[in-house]
Design a protein around this ligand. Structure first.
Ligand SMILES: Cc1ncc(C[n+]2csc(CCOP(=O)(O)OP(=O)(O)O)c2C)c(N)n1
Length: 538
């Protein structure tokens, strides 16, 4: 008979989970020993980086990624990556070691209560009751993780389980497409037929459900203006398209104002709505018909207004195009192109992104984490290719760099660029080392402004004032830091050095860090200024 360990590797092979992201400890060694040749172990020097690279890899491949962390020690350190996977619908199969069952009652060294700790942020958290159940639990976790909305699952495995004997577990096929209710879609089609001026709001689930072509076709069929969900984790519509109108603001009244001119609004694959600053109002102007198509029953239940239909975005968009009347000859206004920013000293984020847009390949992949420069990035980077933009919609820093490395591993033929703040870089800085070890040629562009500009901006926005400690981060030599991890790195101070530095990075087949001294972030808070009537926390 085979052991739990052998059966598990066989199952992982069948599920094509042959890349293992992790950071090892003693409780995982009985599993990790003598790893079969076709498996690859990707070491992260901190669990936020290990699980974060898995997150990027899963986003890039569109499949589940396997993670092996170390008892509660690692589950704690990696938790913020699980939170990201939860809010971004990313299928991660996370396993951790646990102490030996035979002595666990006495709570020895490394006893883990990780299952209880991670539970709110995973679809399933489990420690099998019998060693023999471990492979079947991993299989069950995999099918659940891949079921829309996708997400992380967590399985804790006592270290003595791997040597037990157990029966084989064959991989099964479990479908993952849920058809939306056609009768409910007919109602949407009727509302669209009766509409004078409909708008679409596009969300990340369009990419999750592989629905770019169907969404573009629907928008063109309806000749509807298209907005992007607030704080978009993915771009899911061509940004240079004539119907694209830009992003929605993440606050109640300003967002309702943006959509006030439309009589019918169709949200495709996003929540209704993701807010940040508290600016009370209404979710949508009274009289506007609001519909949500979502792959998430939770988001359907949580919507503040409108009718929600649960199911595949691909199916829904296709159905609506077939059943709603087409609209033609509407005078669609082209999106106003932002003016070219001037070269200034220090370099502005706007200038940096306008140059990057000129230099980068059109199919470049962006993993973004530059809080106060996000607005400039959205304005100046243009991409019309699916799978090109990733960001976190939950405010948890530490996502960008490891996600970029994982994305680069998943996309050997595309170039991944990681524009990241000098503060944000520090939350998972060890991923620089993994980029070198994995030969993943990520281009890390650090916006070094020596402070937490986004927090200063928020303080101004909400009248908290500037008398707050812990807002400055002077004295970090990012070039030396990167070189210490084995990365080629350079600093850019002058505008005229920026373009050559970027060009050289794209020419080089290796990972590289460019630290650009940029001006401190602006006064806006996620695109909002005082005109939106922000909350006053003074
Ligand atoms: C893990 C985590 N810790 C702290 C914060 C709070 N926070 C939000 S923005 C920010 C500043 C980030 O600095 P940087 O990356 O340099 O970007 P900048 O604000 O300068 O644009 C901080 C600390 C957070 N969102 N996540």
């Amino acid at each position: 008979m085979s052991t739990v360990r052998e059966i598990t590797y066989q199952l992982l092979r069948e599920l094509e989970l042959t890349v293992i992201f992790g950071n090892p400890g003693s409780t995982e060694l009985p599993f990790l020993r003598d790893m079969p040749g076709e498996f690859e172990y990707v070491l992260g020097l901190h669990e936020r980086s290990a699980a974060g690279m898995a997150l990027g890899y899963a986003l890039g491949t569109g499949k589940a990624a396997f993670v092996n962390l170390h008892s509660i020690a690692s589950a704690g350190n990696g938790l913020s990556a699980l939170v990201d996977a939860h809010s971004m619908h990313v299928p991660l199969l996370v396993t951790t070691g646990q102490q030996d069952r035979r002595q666990i009652l006495s709570e020895p060294f490394l006893t883990s209560r990780a299952v209880e700790v991670v539970r709110p942020y995973v679809k399933w958290a489990y420690e099998p009751l019998r060693a023999e159940d471990v492979p079947a639990a991993i299989a069950r976790g995999y099918y659940l993780a891949m079921q829309p909305p996708r997400g992380p699952v967590f399985i804790s495995v006592p270290m003595d389980d791997w040597t037990h004997e157990c029966d084989p577990v064959a991989a099964r096929r479990v479908t993952a497409t849920v058809l939306p209710d056609p009768a409910a879609l007919d109602e949407v089609a009727q509302a669209l037929d009766a509409s004078r001026n409909p708008a679409l709001v596009v969300g990340a689930q369009i990419e999750e459900d592989d629905a770019w072509p169907e969404t573009v076709a629907l928008a063109e069929h309806l000749d509807a203006d298209v907005y992007e969900q607030p704080i978009a984790p993915r771009w899911s519509f061509p940004r240079s398209h004539r119907l694209f109108r830009g992003g929605l603001l993440p606050a109640q009244q300003p967002l309702a104002d943006q959509l006030a001119g439309y009589d019918t609004v169709l949200v495709l694959g996003a929540s209704i709505f993701l807010y940040y600053a508290y600016v009370p109002g209404v979710p949508i102007r009274r009289g506007t018909k609001l519909f949500q198509l979502t792959n998430s029953p939770e988001q359907a239940a949580a919507a503040l207004a409108g009718h929600s239909i649960v199911g595949s975005l691909k199916m829904a968009a296709e159905y609506l195009r077939g059943h709603a009347k087409g609209r033609k000859n509407q005078a669609s206004v082209r999106r106003v192109q932002p003016s070219a920013p001037k070269p200034e000293h220090p370099i502005t984020a706007a200038y940096l992104f306008s140059v990057l847009d000129r230099v980068m390949p059109r199919d470049a992949v962006i993993a973004e984490e530059c809080p106060s420069a996000k607005g400039d990035l959205e304005r100046y980077l243009v991409s019309d290719v699916p799978g090109s933009f990733y960001s976190v919609p939950n405010g948890v820093l530490g996502f960008g760099l490891p996600a970029a490395v994982g994305l680069q591993m998943a996309h050997p033929k595309r170039r991944v660029v990681c524009p990241i703040g000098d503060g944000s870089l520090q939350y998972s800085v060890q991923a620089l080392w993994s980029a070198v070890q994995q030969k993943a040629p990520v281009i890390v562009i650090v916006l070094q402004n020596f402070d937490y500009s986004a927090l200063k901006g928020f303080s101004d926005f909400t009248k908290v004032g500037r008398n707050v400690h812990g807002m400055d981060i002077p004295g970090i030599d990012l070039v030396k830091l990167a070189q210490g991890y084995g990365l080629a790195a350079q600093a850019v101070e002058r505008t005229e050095d920026l373009e050559p530095a970027l060009q050289e990075a794209f020419r080089s087949p290796e990972p590289r860090l460019i630290s650009v001294h940029v001006a401190k972030g602006g006064q806006k808070c996620m695109g909002m200024d005082q005109s939106v009537n922000p909350p006053n926390y003074r």
